[in-house]
Design a protein around this ligand. Structure first.
Ligand code: BGC
Length: 459
């Protein structure tokens, strides 16, 4: 990565990725906080489930409302708005007098997560130069994984005193940094252009590229805006953009249906099933899984602009399919019970590591780069909505699935869905490495089918 020339965009991506940190922190923190919240408000099992999934319901709402707003008011403003909601939500949930306001506050936090989850990658993709776009956008996924680990550590720190209000409230610190930081960031030049502010777009581009020589990029942006009218929802049904929509929604669904959040949200429960008896061992193993998630995301970032998106997706999926199959087997073989706990930990680590190499970062990256500019905000919002909807579905069905299919059956089901994901990626997902957003758009608009696109881009 050429630090000198790209200094400004690296700073922009790093500050913006604090939105990812909040996404990870606020989804991870509840796993520990719920243990004390349920005592504080003497909650039933169902009430606990509602407190835990409130954030996912909010995220579905956030993802569905903010696509239109991001196209209309701009990416930067919407991230500032998300930061404000994150901050208010943290204070509100920390001070909550009863469980009802807690649920309302967590839904609010979820709205901010839903907004940030796609506007952050969208904005970074639109300011990044093509050759390092993969790495910069994936800083968001790295921040998500760091946020998850930080939430585990904060939970661990406050566990002895049970101060769940601090666990929830601490999110106010990154919220302030994100809001203040974004205030100083420039608007997306691509969005400015699409709103008719050509001169402003050029001056932002000159600033962030640190050169006056931006004619080619300006020309590309201009050409991509064949249709300057305001986007309508109907434009999403245009047959030309349909393949991109299918790729985005398919990746969104597979990212969740292959079960990642059963591990992120329920790792200690899974480890308990596996016979890892002591609380200390299960906390340690959970933290280890979180760290593997961070480390393999870094590996992915280093590779993503070199080997490309498709190889990482395919290799990651193979790892997920095999580790899920083995995890199911570990639970199915009673003879192995003595070493079962650690076998399960190893399988979970390979599984999370494989997700972190492929589907984790690549999904968020691809949905930020495959859509034509005029529909980008809305199309990303639909893929994000699908992602959160299926996240919610997996979260609320996991424990029941274990009852109906048994633990081995449940993991085998996720493994089979992984095979479906592999076929989907192999057949339909194009390679976007090294192409400018406008080149990717031009290829879709040529009306090529995804296979041809794949070859075209690989050439
Ligand atoms: C997913 C989240 C998941 C996280 C784990 C993200 O890409 O969208 O649902 O919790 O990765 O690292």
């Amino acid at each position: 990565m050429n630090l000198g020339k790209n200094r400004f965009v690296i700073i922009i991506a790093t500050i913006t990725a604090i939105g990812g940190l909040l996404f990870g922190y606020d989804t991870g923190v509840i796993s520990g906080a719920i243990l004390f919240i349920r005592e504080a408000f003497t909650l039933s099992g169902t009430a606990q489930e509602i407190v835990v999934s409130a954030v996912l319901i909010g995220a579905v709402i956030g993802a569905s409302i903010s696509g239109v707003l991001a196209d209309k008011y701009g990416r930067r403003i919407m991230i500032i708005l998300a930061a404000i909601i994150f901050g208010l939500g943290a204070i509100f949930t920390a001070l909550t007098p009863d469980v009802y306001t807690l649920i309302a506050g967590r839904i609010g936090v979820g709205v901010a997560i839903g907004m940030a989850s796609f506007i952050v990658p969208l904005y970074i993709a639109e300011v990044a130069p093509a050759n390092i776009r993969g790495a910069l956008v994936s800083l968001n996924q790295l921040a998500i994984t760091v946020g998850i680990v930080v939430s585990y550590l904060v939970n661990y720190y406050f566990a002895t005193t049970g101060e769940w209000r601090w666990m929830l409230g601490l999110a106010v610190i990154p919220s302030i940094i994100l809001g203040v930081g974004m205030y100083f960031m420039p608007p997306s030049p691509r969005w400015l252009y699409s709103r008719g502010a050509m001169d402003k777009a050029r001056s932002v581009l000159e600033r962030i590229r640190m050169t006056k020589n931006v004619n080619d990029e300006m020309k590309e942006i201009r050409e991509s805006l064949i249709c300057e009218k305001e986007c309508k929802w109907g434009d999403l049904l245009d047959p030309v953009v349909r393949p991109a929509l299918i790729v985005g929604i398919g990746l969104a669904i597979f990212q969740q249906l292959t079960g990642i959040n059963t591990v992120i949200y329920y790792a200690p429960t899974i480890l308990l099933f596996a016979g890892l008896g002591s609380a200390a061992a299960s906390i340690l193993a959970t933290a280890g899984i979180g760290v593997i998630n961070v480390l393999l995301t870094i590996v992915s970032i280093l590779l993503i602009d070199k080997v490309g998106r498709r190889p990482l997706l395919l290799i990651g999926l193979v790892g997920m399919i095999i580790s899920l199959g083995l995890l199911g087997m570990a639970f199915a073989l009673p003879g192995l019970s003595a070493s079962l706990g650690w076998l399960a930990v190893i399988c979970l680590m390979i599984y999370v590591g494989s997700f972190a190499i492929g589907l984790g970062p690549v999904f968020w990256l691809m949905i930020s780069e495959i859509y034509p500019l005029r529909i980008r905000g809305r199309a990303m919002s639909i893929a994000t909505l699908a992602n959160w909807g299926f996240n919610l579905l997996v979260a609320i069905t996991f424990l029941s699935l274990i009852q109906f299919l048994g633990t081995p059956g449940t993991f085998w089901l996720y493994s089979i869905i992984g095979v479906g994901a592999f076929i989907f990626v192999y057949a339909l997902v194009p390679e976007t490495k090294g192409k400018s957003l406008e080149e990717i758009e031009a290829i879709w608009l040529m009306g090529k089918n995804p296979d041809e696109i794949k070859e075209k881009v690989e050439k």
